[in-house]
Ligand binder design. Sequence first.
Ligand code: ZN
Length: 188
Amino acid sequence: MDPGLLRSLSRGQMADGMAEVIKYGLIRDLALLEQVEKKTYDLEWILERCVRIKTAVVSLDEKDSGERMLLNFGHTLGHALEKATGFQTYTHGEAVAVGMAAAAAIGERLGLSAAGTADRVRRLLADYQLPVSAPLSADELLDAVRSDKKRLAGRIYYVLLRQPGEAFLLPMEMDKLDQAVHEVWNHV
Ligand SMILES: [Zn+2]
């Protein structure tokens, strides 16, 4: 969070961190998202904004609303991708970018996200040189999701976008997620 340190990072490392900034914009903050799209932001402003969102989401969660899980947007498939590729091929931010692109596509596919959401997400990620797909099969990815989520007894709290700037949780049986991933994975 030290702006001095952040400014010393390479472009690739910055892009990696921007994946999480984009995540905050997508789940909660349209103004942040728009600044990031236009690249007119100031780094300190972004940091403050992200901390505010995290604090708000985490403090709401004291009432056990599950809000904190919104911070996992892009992370269910992102973690699975990291795991399936042995934590070698993708940085965390890159894997989360792929996860966010897939989640946005799944939301549209299920008719739960506003039309155009997935395109906007993909365009923004690509603009920051972040990947939006990965060359492995849906089954390889889903095997990694299953091994990652064994504690939840077959049900996943999947984070989807109602529209850019607004996320919600959808409890999904593993077979339903399996089907949705097959429908969008490598079809975008
Ligand atoms: Zn993360």
